[in-house]
Design a protein around this ligand. Structure first.
Ligand code: NAD
Length: 254
């Protein structure tokens, strides 16, 4: 069982869905958590849940696509928690449509949140992570976990913006692992398949059934399936894993 006592995690887009589940599992492993979402009050429910697990938790209103807001948020988290050991770049949006009809606005919005947001938080936490020391005073780095997607690997009709953003997250993950590896900062991505959440609730039943039939495990994943992988990647059990894209997709693709 992962032990994250004494560690501080930042999880973006954690007011609900996969982000809230990741925050909850990290808290069960003992980490204190800064919850980020578009509005601080949207985080209240998750914060209460985490506090009930006996850890320190606080909500922050931040648009991950806004450089100044991200820098201010990281500064505030450092002032209130003292350090950042784990960064989970989870906030993400979709604005689906066929390429021929996709507006510039829908392209930019998705790339800005999913890809630029991941870049901004990673840049902001990298220096503080380099300064982290363990109880014995030795440098101990940190762990960055990005949320990619199965469709960022295989493509998907109607999601040019989303698939490009997630493909970008995969490439960014590999680059960050190479740049920061010598400082013991590990960077990995999780590529979920189809997960039951608000993001997939909008799919028509017919489409969901069709997808399920193509998944070897014959079901959509749960938010906890993703959270379990995130806790592992954040923990010392994954100490020699970096630059990897971990597929959690019921066997859809290897
Ligand atoms: N649900 C799936 O099937 C699935 C599959 C593959 C990948 N993912 C990825 O997992 C992550 C979480 O997905 P989810 O299903 O929980 O989505 P969700 O829509 O349920 O939750 C996303 C959260 O991000 C927040 N958010 C959106 N824009 C933001 C911004 N600019 N700044 C800060 N917060 C913002 C939202 O308010 C929301 O709380 C996303 O990156 C998504 O692309 C999801």
């Amino acid at each position: 069982m992962a032990n994250l006592k004494g560690k501080v995690a930042v999880v973006t887009g954690a007011a609900r869905g996969i982000g809230a589940a990741i925050a909850a599992k990290l808290a069960e492993a003992g980490a204190d958590i800064a919850i980020c979402d578009l509005k601080a009050e949207w985080c209240d429910e998750t914060v209460k849940l985490l506090e009930s697990k006996g850890v320190k938790a606080k909500g922050y209103g931040v648009n991950v696509a806004d450089s100044a807001q991200v820098d201010a948020c990281v500064k505030e988290v450092l002032a209130q928690f003292g350090r950042i050991d784990i960064m989970v770049n989870n906030a993400g949006i979709t604005k689906d449509g066929l390429l021929m009809r996709m507006s510039d606005e829908d392209w930019d919005a998705v790339l800005n949140v999913n890809l630029k947001g991941t870049f901004l938080f990673t840049r902001a936490v990298s220096r503080p992570m380099m300064k982290n020391k363990d109880a014995a005073g030795n440098p101990c780095g940190g762990a960055i976990i990005n949320l990619a997607s199965v469709v960022g690997i295989m493509g998907n009709a109607g999601q040019a913006n989303y698939t490009a953003s997630k493909g970008g997250v995969i490439a960014l993950t590999k680059t960050v692992s190479k740049e920061l590896g010598s400082r013991n900062i590990r960077c990995n991505a999780i590529a979920p398949g189809f997960i039951q959440s608000k993001m997939t609730d909008v799919l028509p039943e017919e489409v969901k059934k069709n997808y399920e039939a193509q998944i070897p495990l014959r079901r959509f994943g749960t938010v906890d399936d993703i959270a379990n992988a995130a806790v592992f990647l954040a923990s010392d059990e994954a100490a020699y894993i970096t630059g990897q894209i971990i597929s959690v997709n019921g066997g859809m693709i290897g």
